[in-house]
Design a protein around this ligand. Sequence first.
Ligand code: NDP
Ligand code: HSE
Length: 442
Amino acid sequence: MTTTSFNQGKGLGQPVGVAVLGMGTVGTEVLRLIAENPNAYANRIGGPIEIRGVAVSDLSRPREGVDPALLTDDALGLINRDDVDIVVEVIGGIEYPRELVLAALKAGKSVVTANKALVAAHAGELADAANEAGVDLYYEAAVAAAIPVVGMLRRSLAGDQIQRISGIVNGTTNFILDAMTSTGASYDDALAEATRLGYAEADPTADVEGHDAASKAAILASLGFHTRVSFDDVYCEGISKITAEDIEAAKEAGYTIKLLAICEKLVDEEGNKSVNARVHPTLVPNEHPLATVDKSYNAIFVEAEAAGRLMFYGNGAGGAPTASAVCGDLIGAARNKIHGGRAPGDNPYANQPIADFGEVPTRYHIDMRVEDRTGVLADLANRFANAGISLRTVRQEEDAENEARLIVVTHEALEKDLRAMVEELAALPNVKEVKSVIRLDS
Ligand code: NDP
Ligand code: HSE
């Protein structure tokens, strides 16, 4: 990837014109932070920030904290003004912001966005447009809002080799799972509470079905492994099927259920390398730092060859925490507009293939009801052995009459072999029901 233009810089003391697209939860806080700290921002940048306009969809709505003369419903017109140097996109969605961000980049404006769905779907196209125009594309807030994980991967760990990234990157689902774990609440009651407190959206599908976390996993894997990983490359399972019984079973076995985004580099027996990114409910051992992340907090656990294990923890959502990350990016982009040069962008030089999830080693916790009679346990154990799946623990409890509850935890095996095993078990007359299957992380 080559840069065809070079940003010379406007010179010290020159104003930097900014267009803010969107004045909702995040946009309002971005404008507040800029308005409250003009001198600090100017000193950090080398010139003052000047807001040229704020695009919204509904001009009739009353707005506090912004000069009404700055409001417009013509986002494209605002972007194309000659006195706009940087565009901050905090609208959300994919197709419309894609159009706006591409227009901005092609017009030579640097872009700061908090939009993970956009970046996860179109990172390559956006990075190419930024490179061709010689401008910056920043998106720190797109992953875990205030937690500076994008900058950490792009800059701080640029000299290291990332091996694995696992994390809790969705606050809504962490709140729901934490409420189920700490109070014994049902999934529906915990979701209702998350909605009441404003964590979950009116339509919580993107959160609870894991789509929001999958966008973030795609971004983390792309940055960590220098490979373009898009939303469609991420295996994704949400938390909507997790029951209070699953939470209890996890507790009894010394685990906590978390929705994890897991990104890892794989090497097969022939030495072929690939990348996997996935999101699914995961049993995390209680002693693992991610197990203790409660409420709506996010945390990202990074394993790097030289740095070792690092953990980043904090607010992964909300207007002010997200605006903190957006404004940090804005200062970086503005500094480059003044002094010249560009921030480190995406560098997908490694271009590793995306692993088929079936070929990825995972571990299963299987909770089933079986006939309580001689030979059933031995038969099931033989089936695991014949499939080449080693068992780590087997726990049997009396359940209903002539029925036993059997909880099996496997050692690592290929996902496709574990899936086939579960299908085989579910079809056996001795197995009354496979109640739940949840993957484990080490
Ligand atoms: P909101 O829905 O609160 O705000 C969206 C804003 O965009 C509103 O001001 C809306 O205008 C404006 N808008 C919508 N359509 C248009 C349009 N066609 N032209 C101009 N403006 C338009 O979203 P958030 O602030 O919560 O989120 C913004 C982005 O930040 C999203 O990409 C989200 O994923 C991301 N993000 C959000 C986090 C959060 O905690 N909220 C955390 C991390 C990232 P109007 O006010 O008139 O309705
Ligand atoms: N809905 C997201 C969450 C917001 O719950 O974490 C931040 O991306």
